[in-house]
Design a protein around this ligand. Sequence first.
Ligand code: ADP
Length: 251
Amino acid sequence: MGDSMTGIGIDIGSTAAKVSIINNEEIKNFYMPTGWNSRETALIIRQKIEGLGFKNYKVIATGYGRVSVPYADKTITEITCHAKGAYYLYNDDITVIDIGGQDTKVISIKSGKVSSFSMNDKCAAGTGRFLELMANSLGITISELCSLGKDDTAIKISSMCTVFAESEVISLIAQGTKKEDIASAIIEAIISKVSSLVQKHGNNNKYFLTGGLSQNPIIIDKLSKKLKSPIFTHRDALYAGSIGAALLSIE
Ligand code: ADP
């Protein structure tokens, strides 16, 4: 451990900080909440890395908080790192859909490289933040929200704006609408928002889901039905950005 071939990728997202360590062709991943102070989070990450016995390593930082990693040798944008990591995990050209805490990205990969990308970072409605806020209104976790909302419903959340959607949810609760129906309507709202970004991005027929929401089979199933295309993922898909950064650090 700790030889010159150790590469570390740190992806400081809006919600979670993801870390990947490549050593002797093995990848270790861990994550922690970003919290209020991403600089402090970065320092805790360094302590953890050194606690694992790594002393001599290269670090590439990526993600929204990439500038808060003072010990990084280099920073690289999320798009490049995500594409690199997703290509490593899927091992073929594909279109990556990354639904994170505060933005959603669609990245097409051709011959292992980014060929085009689209991004929604202006509006919370098609991101993890939307699910978080709605789960809070219902007093449940995101996982509980997804399980409750696995079936279809006739109830619709008509507002495209998160703030108005939240008031709609609150009035549905007040009217005594079943939690299951509200949950389904919430999931339907985020799925439509994400799929319209994907469809605008254009002509693709298979997808690889990364980011926090890739951990949820109900999201994958519903998005796949909406896009009428298979959606692949990987148990480490949450780490696509940090894995990509770690790989780039040892190139
Ligand atoms: P960021 O890079 O912006 O920090 P992530 O890709 O790490 O975002 O994703 C964080 C988001 O993932 C959270 O906002 C949350 O909505 C969502 N999330 C976390 N766990 C789950 C889960 N089990 N099911 C669905 N969504 C989840």
